[in-house]
Design a protein around this ligand. Structure first.
Ligand SMILES: NC(=O)c1ccc[n+]([C@@H]2O[C@H](COP(=O)([O-])OP(=O)(O)OC[C@H]3O[C@@H](n4cnc5c(N)ncnc54)[C@H](O)[C@@H]3O)[C@@H](O)[C@H]2O)c1
Length: 277
């Protein structure tokens, strides 16, 4: 989609981090933006800050894990802007705790937000984008954790692999309809993802405290250090904007990530070669 000014975007997880940075970049391009987020206070602040720059920005409280809530947010967007062209299924949470310490509730929470949140966004917006015939672009936020399981936060990585996979299928199916798809795969970005527990609904039960002496606690501390030193979300947002304009599918944000992907694919290819030899 080359022309963005005057078009409308919907961004989940829009109150913080990468979502807020994408919304800011879209508003600067003259787009109308609906921020959707579960965290009411942060949402209000983000909407006020963006409006202060003169942009047409609205907010809607939305839990992406709940299809009815995403339907409601979609309707609020159609009511506000009439047509929506860019949909960023971005809300996500990090949770885990070492493969033998992950509760079923932890798995459900991360899958409901990171994977089903993307599914719900597509379900609520795709019929609308198809119907207005003005084209559109869907950006699904995965992660480098969707390319390589890395440090072993299993539910997180499992959902991000799933988002990459569903985006690949979606892109194939939507190409003939003139609707673009991108999958965003950042490595560490300076956001509040390490404090995801702040938005964990009660239905998933209490969070288990990590034993500070456990190997997982050391991994979590290392992740916090890497996030702190991570990329500026505004840099990621600029890359997303360029990808929407150029209809680019994979969005890799960090240089030097090739080796991580190569390691995994080399092992896969070697195993395949062993069968065909
Ligand atoms: N920060 C990183 O290093 C990094 C790297 C790769 C991928 N990502 C992905 O980027 C996306 C954005 O995360 P971020 O890093 O900006 O973190 P963040 O915590 O700063 O922002 C996430 C936003 O999602 C919202 N959210 C959480 N649960 C929600 C729900 N059920 N419904 C609606 N909104 C909800 C939060 O309130 C928050 O505003 C996530 O999908 C994350 O997995 C982040």
């Amino acid at each position: 989609m080359r022309e963005l000014a005057g078009k409308a975007a919907f961004v989940t997880g829009g109150a913080s981090g990468i979502g807020l940075a994408m919304a800011t970049a879209f508003a600067r391009e003259g787009m109308k933006v609906m921020l959707a987020d579960i965290e009411t206070g942060a949402l209000d602040k983000a909407v006020d800050a963006l409006r202060a720059s003169g942009a047409d920005v609205r907010g809607v409280v939305c839990n992406v894990a709940d299809p009815a809530s995403v339907d409601h947010a979609a309707k609020a967007s159609f009511d506000a802007f009439n047509k929506v062209h860019v949909v960023c299924n971005n809300a996500g949470v990090a949770g885990g705790g070492g493969i033998d310490q992950i509760s079923v509730d932890d798995w459900r929470w991360v899958i409901d937000v990171n994977l089903m949140g993307v599914v719900h966004g597509i379900r609520s917006f795709l019929p609308h984008i198809r119907a207005h015939h003005e084209g559109g672009h869907i950006v699904n936020t995965a992660s480098m954790a969707g390319m390589n399981a890395g440090l072993g936060l299993s539910p997180y990585s499992a959902t991000k692999f799933a988002v990459v996979s569903l985006s690949e299928g979606l892109a194939m199916q939507l190409k003939p309809l003139g609707i673009g798809v991108s999958v965003l795969c950042p490595s560490y970005v300076r956001t509040r993802i390490g404090e995801s527990g702040r938005n964990r609904p009660e239905q998933y039960g209490p969070r288990r405290q990590l034993d500070p002496a456990s190997p997982m606690a050391a991994i979590v501390a290392e992740i916090a250090r890497r996030l702190e030193a991570g990329l500026d979300p505004a840099t990621v947002a600029a890359q997303v904007l360029a990808a929407i304009r150029d209809d680019q599918f994979y969005i890799f944000t960090h240089p030097g990530m090739r080796a991580e992907v190569e390691d995994r694919f080399s092992a896969i290819l070697a195993a395949m070669d062993a069968v065909s030899a």
